[in-house]
Design a binder for this molecule. Sequence first.
Ligand SMILES: CC(C)(COP(=O)(O)OP(=O)(O)OC[C@H]1O[C@@H](n2cnc3c(N)ncnc32)[C@H](O)[C@@H]1OP(=O)(O)O)[C@@H](O)C(=O)NCCC(=O)NCCS
Length: 234
Amino acid sequence: MSRPWAARLYRGPRRLLERALGPARVERWAERVPYKHLTYCLVTWTTRVPEEVERKLQTSGFLLRDGTAPDIDALEGERLYDDCATYRAWLAEGQQLLVAEEAGRVVSYVWLDLARSIALENLPEYQVEIGPGAAYGHEAWTLPSHRGRSLRRLTYVAEVLAARRAGKQWLVAYQLKEETLDAMLVNLARTGIPRGDVIDVVHVVQGGGFRVTWHQRPSRPHEAARFVSTSRRR
Ligand SMILES: CC(C)(COP(=O)(O)OP(=O)(O)OC[C@H]1O[C@@H](n2cnc3c(N)ncnc32)[C@H](O)[C@@H]1OP(=O)(O)O)[C@@H](O)C(=O)NCCC(=O)NCCS
């Protein structure tokens, strides 16, 4: 549960320490105590794709296309991000599956969701509200045997183009800063589509049965998306 007073109790002293000792030292110190400070970031990219980027899809050697129910059946037994039952449910509710195929086998995929409100499994205190001009991309996965062959960059371009076909100006995703946020931004910018921007941030501090969340609101909300509290009390 979120407790704004507890968040203030944590943030105030932490900021003072950061000013006195420097953020890097405080971060090193924080790593040694038994709690975690997680930073959830919303990221957005423009769907204005340079023509030469689009052309790369045609010459990649992989077939990029919409995924179907038989694709999900064929993925059964592969090592996947989630299970096929979940994927069938997503397809049934209208989410779009985008796949990269090689020699008749789906080797990488990503999901595009046009819903306006996205629930977050690991962050139940917030949901993502998606603006009318944006689409939400999630669950990018490349089969472990095929990683490092640009497949994610290709499915990302396909994802951006699918969002554009749906009339959207923005593609939105969310990622933990501590995981691979920077690696993701750098890698996806290698396609030639401008690097994504972090547009909204939620912090979570947890440990020993204690969990505090707070929303580090941007100075100006972005039209593409924002975190919204799921609790009326905040
Ligand atoms: C992340 C992932 C989709 C990348 O797939 P891939 O087809 O190997 O990606 P590419 O070949 O296009 O690019 C490889 C680069 O992706 C970078 N990368 C790491 N995390 C990434 C991410 N979340 N999104 C995009 N690129 C990422 C790596 O740093 C690597 O860089 P390098 O080539 O300099 O070593 C794949 O490793 C995977 O399925 N991981 C598990 C699921 C996951 O973390 N999904 C992303 C979060 S939704």
